[in-house]
Design a protein around this ligand. Sequence first.
Ligand SMILES: NC(=O)c1ccc[n+]([C@@H]2O[C@H](COP(=O)([O-])OP(=O)(O)OC[C@H]3O[C@@H](n4cnc5c(N)ncnc54)[C@H](O)[C@@H]3O)[C@@H](O)[C@H]2O)c1
Length: 351
Amino acid sequence: MDFYKIYQNKKILVTGATGFKGAWLCLWLHILGAKVFAIGYSPNKNKNLFYSLNLHKKIKINILDIRDKKKLTLYVYKIKPQFIFHLAAQPLILEGYKEPYKTYEINTLGTLNILEISRKSKFVRSLICVTSDKCYESNSSTTGFKETDRLGGVDPYSGSKAAAEIIIKTYIESFQKKQKILGIASARAGNVMGGGDKSQNRLIPDIVNSLYKKNKIFIRNPNFNRPWQHVIDPLYGYLILGANLYKDPKKYSGAWNFGTEKNTVTSVLTIVRYAIKNWGWGEVTIKKQKQFYEQTNLQLNIEKTKKILKWKPKYKIKDSVKLTIEWYKKVLNKTTTAEEITKKQILDYMK
Ligand SMILES: NC(=O)c1ccc[n+]([C@@H]2O[C@H](COP(=O)([O-])OP(=O)(O)OC[C@H]3O[C@@H](n4cnc5c(N)ncnc54)[C@H](O)[C@@H]3O)[C@@H](O)[C@H]2O)c1
């Protein structure tokens, strides 16, 4: 698929641009020659990847709360995007326990606002709402959730993403099928890793923080299995999905899993060991404290996405950890900049 041909000069709105995935996506779209517009919220210039990638010099960023429908509508109508990649969210399970109301508000009402504005507009053609692999009803299955499996969630974050999925589905069923101008899809990916993630209580940022400070790495749940993947893999999937929705909104509307291949879920402890190997040294200590419920196993079934979108994950887990640790090592040692290495990793992937 020729991404340059599809995305060049297109007006694209990315919500959650100041976040981890959003910043990578903005840079990728910028490389492709798209006219990118970004929405972020509560940015911290010292922390945000968006600023380390110098995206503020290339892309228009609007600091805006997606719960504010009036402001959001005014902004979307001002720029009139053809594509929207909606990534803005409260994306952390632990934060969801601390701030359940806010988590629900941002993840459901925020998504509803985006859907409603897109539905009424005559210009949005391709809308991708990024939800999560946590949207499925937990059953500790090791066989992999299919897109048609039951939605659910025990914790507020998972519940909010399941609720967002239901809202998205109703918009597809009630409006997309009738008007056919706008393609609406939800993208469900697993735990991603890659350079520049600064979120607390996420495995890779915690590992890198400890390694950099020469501290022991403490892990909570060594045997939790997750479909870890490099951030580039699902983003590549979102770009394929966006392009297909643009070409044929009806055919590609719906839910899509962007996970890893079968039997590739990897334990937290294994990831830590790979990270230590790539860093050169490090120690790990297990500090069991299962305060909150989290699923023990989580695997997505990606057969539909592979078959119809012709997407499949490119990086094996070892490659993903290697690329991620390489990113941090080089940026922290100042042998390259965040912008240079992120761009290089995207271009290498596209080759
Ligand atoms: N990182 C992962 O492992 C992972 C896994 C599954 C799903 N996801 C989903 O992918 C998306 C991106 O995740 P991420 O890891 O980049 O998260 P992140 O925390 O790095 O970024 C979240 C972004 O959302 C923005 N945001 C938060 N509240 C907002 C509000 N009220 N109004 C406007 N913007 C707001 C933040 O400013 C930030 O730009 C989220 O929808 C998340 O649920 C992430």
